[in-house]
Design a protein around this ligand. Structure first.
Ligand code: HEC
Ligand code: HEC
Length: 308
């Protein structure tokens, strides 16, 4: 996909294709620093190995659950390596040890652009700090109490963040991190373990409370029949919705997406219990039967699949 690649400078291609990710380097940056791009690329430390300390195998699982609702990973040739067609967040291909906010055409927040323009690089530590609290991390790092990230999602577990970093680094040929787990049998097992699951359920009183909240705060966009279409609200019922969330997906995916992004004017404004109630109501309207209550604990939600 040619659109992923920024304008080329002479001498750039061979360096990048031999080792680096296909993430484009912004020519504006080179001008800003007053040196030719090729020279900058030779001196910049961005070619360093990522030195990822995490494990890419569980990182892959965590990425699919936590990040893929918003991010894709698409390489230079336009191949999708991870993600589900979502362009809410930028392409994360080659992010490890790369400068921040460099995907062309992605509309970053002003704060993220500022981070990129100050030359910050996605080291493991920066990555971990950011994904666990994007706005908080930008405020501290930019020393700007008004900084704000467009990424409303917060990853709760540091281990997940390190593993995801290792996974993203490993997706780039020669991008390090192969060292993190040379034993290939173990990650496979780890993956199966994490994926051992039970079918999702919710209590009917949860769904009842969820219905009240839904009618107050969600109906205006998602509609009485949950088919969406009002004010651009997505359908919360039907084939496309089912494909996204009921195809043996862990229950945590919908729960986290909703609590990170809904309602759009105040994401995360409710308690975890309220989000669980809203989700119970959505499940009910999609034909799932009531039973044991839907938990709010992420580990428990991870172990539940939503399957039709
Ligand atoms: C609800 C949607 C959403 C989810 C879920 C999400 N992100 Fe993001 N992410 C975004 C958006 C939007 C941006 C752009 C932020 C900005 O411009 O301030 C972003 C930006 C980023 C960036 C900066 C990229 C760059 O080009 O410099 C990284 C790194 C990142 N996200 C990692 C992750 C990881 C890892 C996960 C999963 C743990 C994740 N995100 C989950 C929406 C999301
Ligand atoms: C102002 C309109 C608006 C309101 C209010 C709103 N939503 Fe949304 N919702 C949207 C839009 C727009 C999307 C699609 C976002 C996207 O694709 O980036 C969406 C997406 C979703 C999704 C994911 C759908 C998918 O296909 O992945 C869920 C679940 C959801 N909303 C639940 C809720 C709940 C629960 C509430 C009430 C607390 C709510 N929304 C309130 C506009 C709204």
């Amino acid at each position: 996909m040619a659109t992923l690649l920024g304008p080329r400078e002479p001498g750039e291609t061979s360096i990048r294709s031999s080792r680096r990710s296909g993430r484009p380097t912004n020519p504006r940056r080179a001008i800003m620093f007053g040196m030719p791009l090729a020279a900058m690329l030779m001196t910049a430390p961005v070619f360093a190995e990522s030195n990822a300390t995490g494990d890419p195998a569980p990182g892959e699982v965590a990425f699919a659950r936590r990040c893929a609702t918003c991010h894709m990973v698409v390489n230079e040739s336009g191949e999708t390596l991870a993600g589900r067609k979502s362009k809410t967040g930028p392409n994360l291909y080659g992010i490890a040890m790369h400068e921040m906010a460099m995907v062309p055409d992605f509309r970053y927040s002003a704060s993220m652009i500022a981070a990129g323009e100050s030359g910050l690089v996605w080291t493991e530590e920066n990555f971990v700090g950011y994904v666990m609290d994007p706005t908080g991390w930008l405020r501290t790092t930019l020393d700007d109490s008004g900084a704000r990230s467009k990424m409303t999602f917060k990853l709760r577990k540091e281990d997940d963040a390190r593993n995801i970093f290792a996974y993203l680094a490993a997706l780039v040929p020669g991008g390090a991190a192969e060292s993190a787990s040379e034993d290939t049998s173990e990650p496979e097992m780890a993956k199966e373990q994490v994926l051992a699951t039970i079918q999702v359920s919710y209590a009917s009183d949860q769904a009842d409370r969820g219905e009240k909240r839904y009618k107050k705060d969600c109906l205006e966009c998602h509609g009485d029949d949950l088919k969406g279409g009002l004010n651009g609200g997505a359908p919360l019922r039907g084939l496309a919705f089912g494909k996204k969330y009921f195809d043996a997906m862990p229950a945590s995916v919908m729960f986290e997406y909703m609590s990170a992004t809904m309602p759009p004017n105040a994401p995360g404004r409710y308690s975890e219990n309220t989000y669980a109630e809203l989700m119970a109501y959505i499940l009910k309207r999609n034909g799932f039967r009531a039973g044991a209550p839907l938990p709010t604990d992420l580990d428990a939600l991870d172990r539940m699949t939503i399957e039709k």
